[in-house]
Design a protein around this ligand. Structure first.
Ligand SMILES: Cc1cc2nc3c(=O)[nH]c(=O)nc-3n(C[C@H](O)[C@H](O)[C@H](O)COP(=O)(O)O)c2cc1C
Length: 235
C-alpha cells in the first residue's frame, strides 16, 4: 500500500517526532511504500494566495495525495486544533476541484464520502496534553471525537476519504518510558491494521439520510441532535 505521512511538529526530537520515526519504520517493515510531508522541515507556506492554483508546492502535495492509498496526519493538539502550518496545508492543498467543488456528471456535488479522494483512508495520530478522562464523555475538553470533528468530518470525510478511528496519546506533556513504550506499540498495532480497521461510520451525503437542505431526515436518529446523529446506527 502507498502511505503518505503528513507531520506537523517543529521539533524532530519531540515525543511526536519519536512516534513519527517509529511509525515510518514500522510501515516500511510491513512492506508499504511510504512518502512524507514533514511540514516544518519543508518550510511549508501555510498562507493562501491568489496564485495558488499554479503553485508547484501545492501541485506536489496533490500528487502525493493522488499517489497515496492511506494518509496519516500527525500533530500535537494545539488550542483544540491542529498547528497553523497544518491548517494551512489543508487550506492550500484541498482547493476547489480537489478537496471541494467536485461534481458528478449529473451535477451533484460530491462531498461527505464522495469526491476526488474517495476510496482512500485517513488516520489521525495526535498527542495531547490532556489526560484521557478529561477528553472523555464529561471531560472539560469535550470528547476527542468532538475536538476532531472539523478535521475528521469537515475535511477528510468531506473530501471523500474514509476516516479511521484516531490514535491519541494523552497526557503527552509528561510521558514515562513505560507510557512511551505503550504509545509506540499502540501505534504499531494500528499501523498493522490500516487496511482492515473499520472506518468511523459517518453517513454519506448522497446515501439517502439527508434532505435537500442537508438536514438529517426525521426518521434517522429520531429526536436526537448533536454530532453523533451523523453516524450510521449499528444494526
Ligand atoms: C500552543 C499550545 C497549545 C496547546 N493546546 C492544547 C490543547 O488545546 N489541548 C491539549 O490537550 N493540549 C494542548 N497543548 C499541549 C500539547 O498537545 C502537548 O504539549 C503535545 O502534544 C506534547 O507532544 P510533543 O512533546 O510531541 O510536542 C498545547 C501546547 C501548546 C504548545
Amino acid at each position: 500500500m502507498n502511505v503518505l505521512w503528513v507531520f506537523a511538529h517543529p521539533e524532530p526530537r519531540s515525543l511526536s517526532g519519536a512516534l513519527r520515526d517509529d511509525g515510518l519504520r514500522t510501515l516500511r517493515e510491513l512492506g508499504h511504500d511510504v512518502r512524507e510531508s514533514d511540514l516544518y522541515a519543508m518550510k511549508w507556506n501555510p498562507v493562501v494566495d491568489a496564485r495558488d492554483e499554479v503553485n508547484p508546492d501545492i501541485l506536489a502535495e496533490q500528487e502525493k495525495l493522488e499517489w497515496a492509498d492511506t494518509v496519516v496526519v500527525q500533530f500535537p493538539l494545539w488550542w483544540y486544533g491542529m498547528p497553523a502550518i497544518l491548517k494551512g496545508w489543508f487550506d492550500r492543498v484541498f482547493v476547489k476541484g480537489f478537496g471541494y467543488g467536485v461534481f458528478a456528471e449529473d451535477g451533484r456535488t460530491l462531498r461527505y464520502g464522495e469526491g476526488r479522494l474517495a476510496g482512500k483512508r485517513a488516520m489521525v495520530v495526535l498527542t495531547a496534553g490532556a489526560r484521557e478522562p478529561a477528553m472523555g464523555p464529561r471531560g472539560v475538553n469535550g470528547t476527542l471525537d468532538e475536538v476532531l470533528w472539523p478535521l475528521h468530518h469537515g475535511t477528510l470525510f468531506y473530501a471523500g476519504m474514509s476516516v479511521l478511528p484516531p490514535v491519541p496519546v494523552y497526557g503527552a506533556n509528561r510521558v514515562s518510558d513505560t507510557q512511551f513504550a505503550a504509545a509506540r506499540s499502540h501505534l504499531r498495532r494500528r499501523l498493522g491494521t490500516l487496511e482492515t480497521t473499520e472506518p468511523i461510520p459517518f453517513r454519506t451525503q448522497n446515501g439517502g439520510d439527508y434532505d435537500d437542505d442537508l438536514v438529517l431526515r426525521p426518521d434517522r436518529s429520531p429526536g436526537a441532535t448533536g454530532l453523533a446523529v451523523h453516524l450510521r446506527q449499528a444494526g
